[in-house]
Design a protein around this ligand. Structure first.
Ligand code: NDP
Length: 398
């Protein structure tokens, strides 16, 4: 099979390294590289399988190229930050290696995430006979695959989707984000967009709220509509989708802190002068907030992420809800990470397995819904993220 190079040794990188080691029949060698090599070494020491480590600045294409040439992987899994997507794709092109990530590119100076920059690599990857798989986390990632599953098995035509991401867990901290605080707060505070009748409709961030009753004992929680990147690729590749919305749970406590931080300017992403130095307030905030990696042993409860897909089956209206439930404490027991990192890292590894085993192949740049959902979901369940589908049920008007 093949060697894999994982870039990024944060919460998600830890899960990816553990899970690649568990799938050593596919990943015959593992190198974990990041800006701070000591973090790679700490992760490698947890794993009972050889993991090589390296230091790399993933903003620097020549450094990346040298590392890839030295390690000779068959696949690069990028779980650094969205800022590094393009440099890592450039290095993959320079060295002739396939690429996979879990979040789309974002420029540092604008909180704007969209696929245009990465889709622009289509011809270059195709011409070199290489494959790039974009957004192979949970959302984006598994949510795209759930939508493809609805289109393949449950509905003749998918017309509406509501992607609903619930974290019903608690870490007991006054305020903390469960993945990189800078990326999380940029995403949550960005204006909301949803797709309706062929166009994006913009509304104020977090201004639309509903209550949703989650299955398997989680119960009702408040959900807030926000923009999320998978909607962009889903409405492109499944053009029957007339309406696409994304919803996430937030506790009142999280929203209260976020409002104050916004009001006092701490979520700004432009530079401000401080004591003769330029700082970005949000980056400073990240430095004082709890490291999401440290929340692993503290987090209890479950996540529930899924897709409500509505459409037509055999000439009749039909709805299906496809979801996964993941337990924070069980994840921590297995790989020393909470469920947010786990639900991102496992699909990244499954995406890698699909590519390296040839179950998902193509030349160019791809999103998850462009491939057969069945082998991916079978492997996902095997590696720790089983899913359920509830057909019918109360018709959900969101
Ligand atoms: P972390 O902040 O915990 O980890 C990021 C890692 O990337 C750190 O080890 C960091 O190094 C490293 N890094 C940052 N900049 C560079 C650089 N220039 N060169 C080399 N390494 C660098 O983030 P997470 O693990 O929580 O998230 C990883 C990715 O997963 C993000 O892109 C995030 O958006 C995505 N994600 C996707 C989800 C999905 O469902 N699709 C859900 C959650 C996250 P250092 O330690 O030195 O700072």
């Amino acid at each position: 099979m093949s060697k894999v190079l994982i870039i990024g040794a944060g919460g998600v990188g830890r899960v990816v390294a553990h899970k690649c080691a568990q799938a050593s029949d596919v990943f015959t060698g593992i190198t974990l590289a990041s800006r701070t090599e000591s973090k790679c070494k700490a992760i490698a020491a947890e794993i009972g399988y050889p993991v090589k480590t390296a230091r790399v600045d993933a903003d620097n294409v020549p450094e990346l190229t040298e590392l890839i040439k030295r390690e000779q992987p068959g696949l690069v899994i990028n779980v650094a930050l969205p800022y590094q997507d393009l440099t890592i794709m450039d290095a993959c092109l320079a060295t002739g290696v396939d690429y996979l990530d879990t979040a789309n590119y974002e420029p540092r100076d604008t909180a704007k995430f969209e696929y245009s920059w990465q889709w622009a690599y289509q011809d270059r990857f195709r011409d070199k006979g290489l494959m790039a798989l974009l957004g192979s986390g949970f959302d984006p990632g598994v949510t795209n695959v759930f939508t493809a599953l609805a289109a393949k098995h449950y509905l003749d035509e998918v017309q509406e989707i509501d992607i609903i991401d619930a974290n019903a867990g608690s870490h007991g901290q006054p305020f903390a984000t469960n993945f990189n605080p800078e990326i999380n707060i940029r995403e949550v505070t960005a204006p909301c967009r949803h797709w309706e009748d062929g166009r994006w409709i913009e509304t104020q961030a977090l201004s639309t709220k509903r209550s949703y009753g989650f299955p398997e004992g989680i119960g009702p929680m408040n959900i807030y509509r926000m923009y999320h990147e998978e909607m962009e690729s889903l409405v492109k590749h499944i053009p029957t989708i007339r309406k696409a919305q994304f919803w996430m749970t937030f506790s009142d406590n999280y929203l209260k802190h976020l409002e104050v931080l916004q009001n006092v300017g701490m979520t700004r992403i432009d530079e401000v002068e401080y004591n003769g130095q330029k700082i970005v307030p949000l980056q400073f905030l990240k430095a004082v907030l709890p490291d999401p990696g440290s929340l692993g042993p503290l987090t209890k409860g479950k996540t529930c992420i899924g897709v409500v897909a509505k459409g037509i089956k055999d000439g009749k209206k039909k709805q299906v809800y496809i979801y996964n439930i993941c337990d924070h404490e069980q994840c921590y027991k297995e790989v020393n990470s909470q469920a947010i990192s786990y639900t991102t890292g496992v699909p990244a590894v499954v995406g890698g397995i699909m590519m390296l085993t040839g179950k998902w192949r193509g030349e160019g740049v791809f999103n998850m819904e462009q491939f057969d959902p069945d082998p991916f979901l079978a492997k996902l369940a095997e590696l720790g993220l089983p899913w359920q589908a509830i057909e019918g049920g109360e018709w959900l008007e969101m």
